[in-house]
Design a protein around this ligand. Sequence first.
Ligand code: SF4
Length: 315
Amino acid sequence: MWLNGTSELIELLKKRGAKRVALQFPEGLKRRSATVSAALKDAGFEVILSGDPCYGACDLALDTLTYADVLVHFGHAPVDEQPEVIFEPYPMDFDVAVLENALPFLKGDPVGLVTTVQHVHLIPAMELFLQAKGIPCSVAEGGGRTPNRGQVLGCSFSAAKATGAKQILFVGTGIFHPIGIALATHSRVIALDPLTGSAQEVSGDALMRRRFAVMEKARGAKNVGIIVSTKSGQKRMDLARRLASLSPTAVIVTMREVNPDELLNLGFACYVNTACPRLAYDDQVRFPVPVLSPQEFEILCGVRTWDAYTIDEIE
Ligand code: SF4
């Protein structure tokens, strides 16, 4: 499907005078890498493919620029300024009539509409669909880590908050984004999977219960590792330093990949995650000890109240 866009990419690369081109695909698109590499090689470029795992534009293979003139990152929009990187979207279509399945869940209030990067090109069509059904709809402009109109990330729900809507319609796959939106906005959240057509109202309550249990386990831990990612768009050293100042037993730990074996080897009784927020929320079952969000650690340290509990987002 995307190969229709290859010729435009080739033109762009030629305009930049690139000869050596590094390519990076996220996990879900890696299978396309051989085909795209072949097309660029045929066009006369030397191609270097990053084979490391990649889950977002926060994790750019900037090391490949040692060998290449430019890095092409597929499937994500930029989360920060990167002049040597071309961000190549990978839009995924669906028939917006699938929004019909969400209508029974929507109440009278205006709807805030959000989606993930692969579907942002369909935002105007989705707005028209809802308006044609008589449903007032609000979409936030892009900005910061989410440059596209109506776009949310697992670490940024600004586009949902900015609508100010009491009910949010999230169109996309997976359950993490809508749960995050529910916790970040305190609005009703309806999640519609445009590929399966299934719609449901989503609440953050179950995640909150799990997180409280993790916090109880972490209470009184004899030492704490404050994890700082070395990935390009996840580094939050200032935050880590502020968190480390809250406990005499806290030590800042830099890591590229946060995995259970490494946490076990390091031997801390508990960790605070300032890397991708999803690590703590999604992956706790994999970790040998509690991994807290920054806000949860602040609560345990007594500098944040329970009422001010919020989901972690990267500014
Ligand atoms: S930090 Fe996590 S949620 Fe945010 S863009 Fe990166 S992988 Fe996605």
